[in-house]
Design a protein around this ligand. Structure first.
Ligand SMILES: N[C@@H](CCC(=O)N[C@@H](CS)C(=O)NCC(=O)O)C(=O)O
Length: 249
């Protein structure tokens, strides 16, 4: 299998963690999102949204959308199982993952792109911007890139995004009141999904996360799993700064 991904991408991190939990070997194909690798026609041919991650199977077929890739991997390699078998708990897992995909990811666009992409995109000429936008297949992401390049997210928007992200921390804290994992006593792809967002919340507002002992203990126990090191979940800020630095050379 081949995984097209980006090291700092939350959606990619979820898939790398799932692959590592399952001990699945794969070819890692990191894309440079700031260079627009994800918008190149050859990549859009396999992921029509022009985003990472995409899993390409050995026979060339592709799966995209982080949640669905994780579910596919859990079906394909059943051990260790990373979803509940009980239909109700399984439905809860899927509801939670959809919440993360639809309600949390947009906050990370505001928070992460402002740090990781804006310094570069704001320097593009009008012509460079036009060229970049012309390759982006979806209107939402054209809008997001155009905001980053010309009309950066305001402090108000960033604090709203952080407040939104912190609602997940509260939600996870509540879920952990009755179970060591977010769904029904079993480590699952819902924990993996939540982890990458809570990790980012912790980087942005450490004191607010650290005052929730259940969340702190949950983070610690996931980070102690061998999959965590294997999936290379590095600090976003250090990673983004390093990448900007590298591009200057
Ligand atoms: N719904 C998609 C979202 C994927 C997504 O937004 N990926 C981001 C990185 S986390 C991306 O590729 N951003 C680059 C861009 O939009 O140009 C999924 O869950 O896989």
């Amino acid at each position: 299998m081949k995984l097209y991904h980006a090291w700092l991408s939350s959606a990619s991190r979820r898939v790398r963690l799932t692959l590592a939990e399952k001990n699945i070997e794969y070819e890692s194909i990191p894309l440079d999102l700031s260079a627009g690798d994800q918008h190149k026609p050859e990549y859009v041919a396999i992921n029509p949204y022009g985003v990472v991650p995409t899993l390409q199977l050995d026979d060339g077929r592709v799966i995209y959308e982080a949640s669905f890739i994780c579910e596919y991997l859990d079906d394909k390699v059943p051990e260790p199982r990373l979803r509940p078998t009980d239909p109700y708990q399984l439905a809860k897992t899927r509801i939670f993952m959809r919440f993360i995909d639809e309600r949390m990811l947009p906050h990370l666009i505001v928070l992460n792109w402002s740090i990781g992409l804006q310094p570069m995109a704001s320097k593009w000429s009008d012509q460079q911007l036009e060229e970049r936008l012309a390759n982006i297949p979806t209107p939402e992401r054209r809008e997001a890139w155009s905001r980053i390049a010309r009309n950066p997210y305001t402090d108000e928007e960033k604090s709203q995004a952080l407040a939104g992200l912190l609602t997940l921390v509260d939600m996870v804290d509540d879920m952990l009141a009755s179970s060591p994992w977010v769904i029904d006593g079993q480590f699952s792809i819902a924990d993996i999904a939540a982890l990458v967002f809570v990790t980012r919340a912790e980087e942005l507002a450490p004191a607010l996360v650290q005052k929730r002992p259940r969340v702190v203990a949950w983070l610690k126990s996931i980070r102690e799993r061998p999959s965590y090191a294997k999936a290379k979940i590095t600090s976003f800020v250090g990673g983004a700064a390093a990448r900007v630095e590298k591009r200057k050379l």
